[in-house]
Design a protein around this ligand. Structure first.
Ligand SMILES: Nc1nc2c(ncn2[C@@H]2O[C@H](COP(=O)(O)OP(=O)(O)OP(=O)(O)O)[C@@H](O)[C@H]2O)c(=O)[nH]1
Ligand SMILES: [Mg+2]
Length: 193
């Protein structure tokens, strides 16, 4: 992993990105799992956003991330995750390269009502060779796709895990991160084999 210690005293630090399109629940996800007060950089969506940012489907959204979210979660005595949430709006794409430096893996959150908003995130991590999983954030009233339909829509391979979650629930969001770490460990051991 990123930082392997000789002793069992210190956990391995793993940098993870929580990414996805605008308004898919990234800030909510980090707020649910973080054991420290999450750093968030929310600003009110102002009239200036109208016409600049695509608010279709999230018309009731009042705030948006303008830099990044940060949180921390100790998964077990072995792994502590440092979580960085990307900003969702197109005009903050320049932040993504910076944020992804040193990241071992990513959660790509998907809003099942607006699958297309997460296409670019999939492209981004595929191009950089950063492992990711897809977490379908089951918003109330959203159509329930099965994971294979989402896999086909996002054109991702059979090795990429697709899981369901409720970003508002700490157990649900934690289990997404456990799945990601298991996937990373499997992927890394098959690379080194
Ligand atoms: N019903 C429901 N609402 C959710 C869920 N996750 C997030 N929300 C709501 O959806 C809205 C958007 O969530 P955010 O966490 O701000 O989304 P974001 O991806 O950080 O948004 P940007 O940073 O602007 O891209 C908020 O009002 C949340 O309360 C969910 O699982 N279910
Ligand atoms: Mg946000």
């Amino acid at each position: 992993m990123a930082y392997e210690n000789d002793s069992d005293l210190f956990p391995t630090a793993v940098k993870v990105l929580v990414a996805g399109g605008f308004g898919v629940g990234k800030t909510t996800f980090i707020g649910s799992v973080s054991e420290i007060e999450p750093l968030s950089t929310e600003e009110l969506i102002t009239a200036a956003s109208i016409g600049t940012d695509n608010l279709a489907g999230v018309e009731n959204k009042a705030t948006t991330t303008v830099a990044f979210d940060f949180g921390r979660l100790t998964l077990d005595p072995r792994y502590v995750l440092y979580l960085f949430g990307t900003p969702g709006q197109d005009r903050f794409w320049f932040m993504w390269d910076e944020l992804s430096t040193g990241a071992l893996g990513a959660v790509i959150l998907v809003d099942p009502r607006r699958l297309e908003t997460s296409f670019e995130a999939v492209d981004f991590f595929e191009r950089r060779g950063i492992h990711f999983l897809i977490a379908i954030n089951e918003f109330d009233g959203a159509f329930r796709y099965d994971s294979e339909e989402v896999r086909a829509a996002l054109k991702i391979g059979p090795h990429v895990p697709v899981v369901l979650c409720d970003a508002r629930g700490d157990r649900s969001a934690t289990s997404v991160l456990v799945s990601l770490v298991q996937y990373l460990l499997t992927a890394m051991s098959s690379h080194s084999a």
